[in-house]
Design a protein around this ligand. Structure first.
Ligand code: FE2
Ligand code: FE2
Length: 347
């Protein structure tokens, strides 16, 4: 129970029978076999992730170039801080996912983790594109490395980094489960006061291109959340001995702490200074998300008074549920990247 096997890169003696495949500690051949999958949800996930392909530079930021210098000082400060945090999140995801993948012995799940890693690269690059377009190189660098001057941001990044580093130091199944939970929290909680800030600017007629970039990112993050939720649910079935009362309590504490930090961060960056948002809107929405995430793993709500989506925040899902919105919010075209299906064979 305390051992965790690192998967070999080439293993001719590995199991080819899907019934023997396991999320961790399996005997994988490492062959990418798309015809024999153990987990039925993987094919849907893979198709969705491929359909979500997008290119940051295809989004027009010319309105944002004009809007950025005209933002209210509180809006610009929040824009910079939130973007700085998002760059950190996507960067650490890019670095951490391959590390987790070394211990996942279900090869089809590794395919998903690889696509996710690619998408995290695209997200980091989209922030660079936004910053390169709307501000000077000096401003851009100050925003990227804001954790050097902002103690709150440094504290948050350190907390998240430490959760991930823990698995670098301790290679056991419970620590792996915890780093997976940390991923689930990152994907399902940490982005959201940032996302709501960008969507709020957009509904106030400001920075529409930035909001559009965020919508594409958000659509990907929804699939990442789906992936980690499913990994954890499969582990509940395959490795029930990992889910002791003590470990479940630790996972719950991690989520409670994540919610607490996200609300603090939202209050710090947004507070009551941004037209269209209030401190209560931030805390109501993040508490609601905390419930949604914990109940989606099969547990009881953490905050019984926040089980329904706050009415004041219904506009957020209009922006964020891109997979359900077949028509682009701004440009009236499909949000799913459809070039692969539009390819014309003229040989
Ligand atoms: Fe991301
Ligand atoms: Fe992600």
């Amino acid at each position: 129970m305390n051992k965790l096997k690192k998967k070999p890169l080439f293993n001719p003696e590995g199991d080819t029978d899907v019934r023997l495949r396991r999320m961790i500690n399996g005997n994988t051949t490492n062959l990418n076999d798309f015809n024999n999958m153990r987990y039925p949800w993987v094919s849907d996930w893979y198709r969705q992730a491929m359909n979500n392909f997008w290119i940051p530079e295809e989004i027009n930021l010319s309105a944002d170039v004009k809007d950025y210098p005209r933002l209210l000082p509180a809006e610009r400060t929040a824009y910079d801080k939130i973007l700085s945090f998002l760059v950190f999140l996507d960067s650490i995801q890019t670095a951490n996912l391959p590390h987790i993948g070394e211990y996942v012995t279900a090869n089809e799940v590794n395919l998903c983790l690889s696509i996710q890693t690619f998408q995290e690269c695209v997200h980091s690059q989209s922030y660079s594109y936004m910053l390169d377009t709307i501000c000077s190189p000096t401003q851009r660098n100050a925003i990227l490395y804001q954790w050097k001057d902002d103690e709150h941001l440094l504290r948050r990044n350190t907390f998240i980094g430490n959760c991930y580093n823990e698995f670098q130091e301790h290679k056991d199944p419970v620590t792996l489960l915890k780093v997976m939970m940390a991923n689930f929290i990152l994907e399902g909680i940490y982005f959201y006061s940032g996302f709501m800030f960008f969507y709020n600017l957009s509904r106030n007629g400001k920075m529409p291109g930035s909001a559009q970039e965020i919508r594409y990112i958000n659509r990907d993050e929804n699939t990442h959340l789906w992936l980690f939720r499913n990994i954890i649910l499969e582990l509940q079935k395959e490795e029930p001995q990992l889910f002791t009362l003590e470990t479940i309590t630790e996972l719950k504490e991690m989520l409670l702490e994540g919610v607490r930090q996200e609300i603090d961060w939202g209050h710090y960056c947004i507070g009551n200074n941004i037209p269209g948002l209030t401190r209560d809107m931030v805390s109501d929405y993040i508490h609601y998300l905390g419930n949604l995430r914990w109940t989606s793993l099969g547990y009881e709500p953490l905050y019984p008074e926040h089980t329904a989506e706050p009415e004041s925040m219904a506009w957020v899902s209009q922006y964020s549920n891109a997979n359900m919105v077949k028509t682009d919010f701004f440009e009236a075209k499909s949000t799913a990247y459809a070039k692969s299906t539009a390819l014309v064979d003229d040989l």
